[in-house]
Design a protein around this ligand. Structure first.
Ligand code: KG4
Ligand code: ZN
Length: 338
């Protein structure tokens, strides 16, 4: 089954064709990152307009690169939530028009379910159940994936997402948006023990996390150094910061593995590209005797192939939409039918 998949929730317009949820025939991305970098973050109005310009030619190119015709498309999958509402609406409307014109089913896909499904593309043998650590720009959570469309939230950040925290600290360090990858690169030569940052334990659920206190503490170190004219050891600061985020994530993931007894652990989302976090998860999996699934860097960030992968399983579960489909800036990932 060939699924034409559309993703436009933030600053990447993406169109892919995925066969049977596992085989990527093409994965096209038109990134707007360079444009938003001028403003230090995504400007929603500009993002919507750029999606509008990019989406049709990108879809045409996707069919060409996949060597299929419109008649070979069996269904259209689209990210309908969560994200920037104006950006999502462009993809949803395009997908509705395509489904109507081609007379094919329309499959709504939750963006975070898509991130989790990126693992099915990288690991054809991976099947639920497994535990997934989701770390994207806007979400940080531990999800028990009991089945392809049945998931339970085990723990989440109570404030900022890890990605937001990376981006904010990187921005104050003068790194270009989105700063997570630049901060990761800078950390490579640093000493992670030199700057000690807090590891907060919020709330009653031991699997919940908090990153806003860490963000404030990290920014205080930077501002203090600037005020007293002290030269900051940037690589060591970045290494210490990355190690702290990794420790917070790994300690919750360890407890989630213990609680659920799952023997498969996956990671998902842009922050799963972080080298310190990847190494820490590798250590954890070794310690716990769990099989680790880390998506390749190309599948960590936003893409449409992951939407096509999850779309296939949503289709098999009968989760379809009609022409009344809307987009939602925020929407729970768990068990909703449209
Ligand atoms: O999943 P994603 O592409 O978009 C959302 O759905 O939010 O995640 C983007 C986030 C940004 O915060 C970006 O800075 C972060 O992923 N990121 C990283 C790295 N690469 C991307 N954070 C830390 N280390 C990295 N290597
Ligand atoms: Zn994303």
């Amino acid at each position: 089954m060939n699924i034409l998949a559309i993703e436009s929730s933030c600053d990447e317009t993406a169109v892919a064709v995925v066969a049977d949820g596992r085989r990527v025939l093409t994965d096209q991305i038109a990134s707007q990152v360079a444009l938003h970098r001028l403003y230090g973050g995504v400007v929603p109005e500009i993002a919507s307009r750029k999606h509008m310009e990019a989406i049709y030619p990108l879809a045409e190119r996707a069919l060409e690169e996949a060597h299929i015709t419109r008649g070979d498309v069996d269904a259209i999958a689209v990210t309908y939530a969560p994200g920037l509402i104006g950006a999502l609406l462009v993809g949803v409307n395009f997908a509705k028009a395509a489904a109507l014109a081609l007379g094919k089913p329309l499959i709504p896909v939750h963006h975070i379910r898509g991130h989790i499904a990126a693992n099915y593309l990288a690991y054809p043998d991976l099947t639920p159940p497994f535990l997934c650590l989701v770390v994207s720009g806007g979400h940080t959570m531990l999800v028990d994936v009991a089945d392809y469309t049945q998931m339970t939230l085990l723990g989440t950040t109570l404030d900022d997402a890890a990605g937001e925290c990376f981006d904010k600290v990187a921005r104050v360090l003068g790194m270009p948006y989105p700063g997570g990858a630049a901060l990761d690169a800078a950390a490579r030569t640093g000493d992670p023990e030199k700057y000690v940052l807090p590891r907060p334990r919020p709330g009653e659920n031991p699997l919940d996390m908090s990153f806003s206190g860490l963000k404030t503490a990290a920014l205080n170190v930077l501002h203090h150094a600037e005020q007293v004219g002290e030269a900051l050891d940037v690589p060591s600061f970045c290494a210490g910061f990355s190690r702290t985020v990794a420790d917070i994530l790994v300690s919750r993931t360890r407890q989630a593995l213990e609680r659920t007894g799952r023997k498969k652990l996956a990671a998902a989302g842009g922050v799963a590209a972080n080298s310190v976090i990847r190494a820490a998860l590798q250590d954890l999996a070794g310690e716990m005797g769990a099989e680790l699934y880390l998506p390749p860097l190309s599948l960590c960030g936003d893409n449409a192939a992951m939407i096509g992968a999850q779309g296939y399983y949503e289709f098999l579960s009968g989760n379809l939409a009609d022409m009344g489909l809307n987009a939602y800036a925020s929407r729970s990932l768990f068990g909703e039918r449209l």
